[in-house]
Design a protein around this ligand. Structure first.
Ligand code: RIB
Length: 296
């Protein structure tokens, strides 16, 4: 079983601020760093650091070489990544003194995926392989349809949630990884237990992971639910916490681990990521996650 992730690559311009800037306000930042990120690349790196062989697909611009270098460094298979004229996607991220963030996204090359390119990438995969998707690239609905036709298992992190997802046939999704807000947008509900129950009713054959911020995460499959609390830590930057959880969760599924262990490993990996700055550099290796689990 191979894992393919077709997803975004963003240069994250991260600014430390006292508070998130308000409309009409000008504030000074306390510092700025550029990190590699993008939900897609973060999740591929999390999968690779967890020990899974993962192929990454997507587009970078002329300034995107650092992503190819990162794939080499962390063991992500980057041969499907294409360089196109123009700019790589980027973000402006503000991190406040309580480690909360807000993110402004510029799609750039992430929005240039053509149907021909998608067909070319999917040709390397077959029935039973996993396709992981988020919503920071274009043509998500097309990828879902084509991968489903091939019999691939599709894991969707519908983030950021927007109207482009209306075109996606969600009944073709095997694994949902979403937070309360995204769950609310799909179901129209707000209480987490109602969201989960409604998702299970709508997608009875899917595995569903609903992350609940400081209340941890819940998982449901075939009428059974499991709850995983968070591991409390002093957070400095929550960027990529969800991506780390997603990558580790899929890694556990690929390995056939018991669900309770998958959830615990994913929560621990995510709790380590938030103690570090940046997206890609904050994601821990499997060895570190396992050592931390043993010392509990
Ligand atoms: O999920 C975190 C990611 O969201 C950041 O790395 C940023 O690039 C945005 O895509």
């Amino acid at each position: 079983m191979k894992v393919l992730n077709i997803g975004s690559m963003n240069l994250d311009y991260v600014y430390q601020v006292d508070h998130i800037v308000q409309p009409g306000e000008t504030i000074s930042s306390g510092g700025m760093n550029i990190f590699l990120g993008g939900k897609g690349m973060n999740q591929s790196i999390a999968l690779a650091k967890a020990g899974v062989e993962v192929y990454h697909g997507g587009m970078i611009g002329e300034d995107g070489q650092p992503f190819l270098d990162a794939c080499k460094e962390y063991g992500v298979k980057g041969e499907y990544i294409r360089k196109v004229p123009g700019k790589t996607g980027h973000t402006i991220i503000q991190i406040d003194k309580d480690a909360q963030n807000c993110i402004l996204l510029f799609g750039g090359a992430n929005q240039m995926l053509t149907e021909d390119y998608i067909d070319e990438v999917l040709a390397g995969f077959e029935k039973g392989d996993i396709l992981l998707l988020q919503n920071e690239v274009n043509n998500v609905a097309y990828m879902v349809d084509k991968a489903y036709e091939k019999g691939m298992q599709i894991a969707l992190n519908p983030s950021p949630f927007d109207s482009k997802l209306d075109a996606v046939d969600m009944s073709k999704i095997s694994i949902f990884l979403l937070n309360e807000i995204e769950g609310g947008q799909i179901t129209g509900l707000s209480a987490p237990d109602e969201i989960l129950a409604d998702m299970c009713k709508r997608f009875p054959n899917a595995k569903i992971v609903l992350t609940l911020g400081s209340d941890g995460a819940v998982y449901a499959e075939a009428g059974k639910t499991y709850h995983q609390p968070i591991f409390k830590v002093q957070a400095v930057d929550t960027t990529a916490a969800g991506d780390t959880f997603t990558g580790y969760f899929l890694a556990g599924l690929v390995e056939g681990m018991p669900i309770e262990d998958i959830l615990k490993m994913s929560a621990k990996a995510s709790s380590i990521a938030v103690t570090r700055q940046g997206a890609v550099p904050s994601i821990p290796y499997r060895k570190e996650v396992e050592e931390a689990l043993q010392t509990m």
